[in-house]
Design a protein around this ligand. Structure first.
Ligand SMILES: [Zn+2]
Ligand SMILES: [Zn+2]
Length: 331
């Protein structure tokens, strides 16, 4: 197999050829069709997250076809298309797993962080954490659903039933969740990097009622705000934008420090929450819903060998929607 491998934090991925991985008990081997690039991959590469496995093959928004079943796998068949998300395994024993809050598992395994992921032609996954995916759809359009879509969905669920939703950071997750909000009849207010009129236009094209810079005041008080950008200063900005009783949901795995803010912007039973990882129930719910919404997925495709370029473009904010690595693509 070919893979893009991180050997040392803060260094570029290196192209390598390795023997095809062999699925162990309860595992499946996939031929990767597409793997989207998530901001969390940047945090992995940069060393922002504790206890990475090194060397590691990043990538946790994997769509692929099953090539081989390990011992004891039932309910999946060779040739079937599945998706593999960030939560690659949970212990099944801890108090969180016992409550079906496996996203908070005490001994989790994360795809592309503590087990090898999808920046490769092949990968091995725990069969219990692989989701059957639409067989006919474009794999490139499906891949961003596995994290941007799924974590975005969990954030939106945590935001409650509000009708006016602020989205801070309009990348892969927000471009999906804006469409989900519109489909649900909610109104979307998109906050981008100051001066990024291209992304503001993009947000409006996906149905946002209003789009502007994160330094601008909200034109209407919001019921809830979802923060997808890794910028702690957005927390007080979003608190100022939400109504009494409103929620600010932080969707990223890592954020710069949140600056001090006056208590009065939290007062009024406003809440600040974080969203961690996903449960399999989130996956089943969202992946069943997604085809009904008619999501327009904005993607930029890269051959596997150009993974570093995809990461750099994401870091610089040079793309709209999601970057997706396509192992079969040349160029
Ligand atoms: Zn657990
Ligand atoms: Zn992710």
């Amino acid at each position: 197999m070919d893979a893009m491998v991180l050997h040392a934090l803060g260094t570029p991925l290196r192209a390598e050829t390795r023997p095809d991985p062999v699925p162990g008990p309860g595992e499946i081997r996939l031929k990767v069709e597409a793997c989207a690039v998530c901001r969390t991959d940047l945090h992995v590469v940069d060393g922002d997250l504790p206890d990475p496995m090194l060397p590691i093959i990043p990538g946790h928004e994997i769509v692929g076809r099953i090539e081989a079943l390990g011992p004891g796998v039932t309910g999946l068949r060779p040739g079937q298309r599945v998706g593999v998300p960030w939560l690659g395994h949970s212990c099944g024993q801890c108090p969180y797993c016992a409550e079906e809050r496996e996203n908070l598992c005490d001994s989790p395994v994360f795809t592309g962080f503590t087990r090898d992921g999808g920046f490769a032609t092949h990968t091995v996954a725990d069969a219990r954490f692989a989701f059957p995916m639409a067989e006919q759809a474009d794999a490139v359009a499906l891949a961003p659903l596995l994290c941007a879509g799924l974590i975005g969905w969990r954030c939106l669920s945590m935001a409650g039933e509000g009708r006016t939703i602020g989205l801070y950071g309009f990348g892969a997750a927000a471009h999906i969740i804006a469409q989900v909000c519109r489909w649900q009849g909610r109104r979307v207010f998109a906050f981008t990097r100051p001066g990024d009129t291209a992304t503001q236009d993009f947000a409006r094209s996906l149905g946002a009622t209003w789009a502007g810079g994160s330094d601008e005041p909200t034109p209407e008080t919001l019921d809830a705000a979802l923060i997808f950008a890794p910028v702690g200063a957005l927390v007080p900005a979003a608190l100022r934008a939400v109504r009494k009783g409103g929620r600010v949901v932080c969707g990223g795995i890592h954020m710069s420090d949140i600056p001090a803010f006056p208590y009065r912007i939290l007062w009024g039973e406003r809440q600040v929450l974080s969203v961690a990882n996903l449960t399999r129930r989130d996956g089943a719910e969202f992946l069943a819903l997604a085809p009904q919404i008619g999501l327009k997925m904005e993607t930029t495709r890269y051959p596997l060998a150009r993974a570093n370029e995809a990461l750099a473009d994401l870091r610089a904010g040079r793309l709209q929607g999601a970057a997706v690595l396509v192992p079969g693509m040349t160029g």
